[in-house]
Design a protein around this ligand. Sequence first.
Ligand SMILES: O=P(O)(O)O[C@@H]1[C@@H](OP(=O)(O)O)[C@H](OP(=O)(O)O)[C@H](O)[C@H](OP(=O)(O)O)[C@H]1OP(=O)(O)O
Ligand SMILES: Nc1ncnc2c1ncn2[C@@H]1O[C@H](COP(=O)(O)OP(=O)(O)OP(=O)(O)O)[C@@H](O)[C@H]1O
Length: 394
Amino acid sequence: MSFSLPSHWKYLSEGASTIVLTYNGPDSLFQTKILRIRKDDDSISNDELPLLLFQREIVPCLIPEQHLIHVEIISVAKSWLESLALLCADSRPTWRTDKIAVSRTEALLAPNLVASPITVEIKPKWSFLKGESPRTCRYCMHASTRGWATSYCPLDLFSSSPERIKRALYGLYDAWAAGASNQNNLRLFVGGQIVSSNTLSSALQNNGLCSPFLLEDAIRQKFVDTLHVSLLNVESSSLLHTLKRLQRTLDNPGIAALDILWKEIFPESSSFADGFHQPTLDEWYEFVKKYTEQNSPAAKTDAEKLQYHMLSYLLSATFKDCSIMIMLPGLLDKTLSLPASSYPSRIILVDLDQKPVGRFRKWLDQDREILDEYNEMVKKGQTERKICIDDWVR
Ligand SMILES: O=P(O)(O)O[C@@H]1[C@@H](OP(=O)(O)O)[C@H](OP(=O)(O)O)[C@H](O)[C@H](OP(=O)(O)O)[C@H]1OP(=O)(O)O
Ligand SMILES: Nc1ncnc2c1ncn2[C@@H]1O[C@H](COP(=O)(O)OP(=O)(O)OP(=O)(O)O)[C@@H](O)[C@H]1O
């Protein structure tokens, strides 16, 4: 990256582990790319290769290629990252206090998915009901315990009912429009820039995507209708169904059951998953082969069974935390010549990083905490128990 100036990169967005920038310089090599750089975190390794190989070799065994992007590794220098960190400091949300990991020597380049007239990013989260909480889904409990005002339920988004999908989209839009910036389930990009509810209307107008006379409520309606058509399209429905199946089946038998299994096999172990190593690429291959083969022989020993379920849960965590980027040619409009079949132009999954094994303990504790806290809130009358409907039939 030495030939690209840090000032050519513009902050776009970020998650818990990475910051993403778009290119605004003269080099055509980067003009269609984003740069994804890591923050100081509990990442699985100091170099990007294991993450890249996981995305290139393992994920495509489970997700059709047309919903994936090709990611490349590039070298970065410490001074270059330090300059970049300074340049993007003011653009970052104030509540993200973590820093760019300037000592890392590699970053990722990926196709820029927000270059469409409109890109919608949905982070759908968990699509299923868990045994420990047979009525309220994990997302809805977690949102309540965090004091989030939202009517979005992932089980609606992943349902087979067009009405429920529409309800989920209104829920996502309304929470986003209320400006809760730490609610990360919906992000909108217009003309390559991230937009807020305050800037949406002007961004749409400036990009010739809506008339100046369209009121806020009409934009909301049009936006939800456009997204609804896009998600009901065969390719999108099939992707949502695949994601739902992977999340659910890979999570089986669940983190609490895994903890029990762990204790049975390692009674001397001080803590759940303590000493469990990050799977190698070969171990991932072997796992995916067994998972995808219908008639694979059952694990022979308890240790093999544990290894299988640990990898399975680790992989489920990736799919429970990924985001969907939906690229749109504009807002659906009967006066435009574009047929409904052009919505979306593409639908891609991002953030398919391999999760670090150090998270197992966090996941076990967090699930318990969310469940206990939510039950307590219901008991104290601080919230009414939400009933989420899981319509999974295979
Ligand atoms: O545990 P969760 O469900 O809160 O998920 C975390 C996310 O929180 P969310 O609930 O989406 O606000 C969290 O997102 P935010 O920081 O809230 O944007 C991260 O995605 C985190 O994963 P990672 O650190 O990037 O590997 C996510 O952690 P993992 O559970 O995937 O380890
Ligand atoms: N290829 C891409 N093109 C455009 N924008 C992208 C692309 N990949 C990621 N982004 C944006 O950057 C943000 C952060 O990326 P990503 O989700 O991969 O980071 P993360 O730190 O792993 O996030 P999380 O906290 O959700 O796990 C995304 O939410 C999205 O807005």
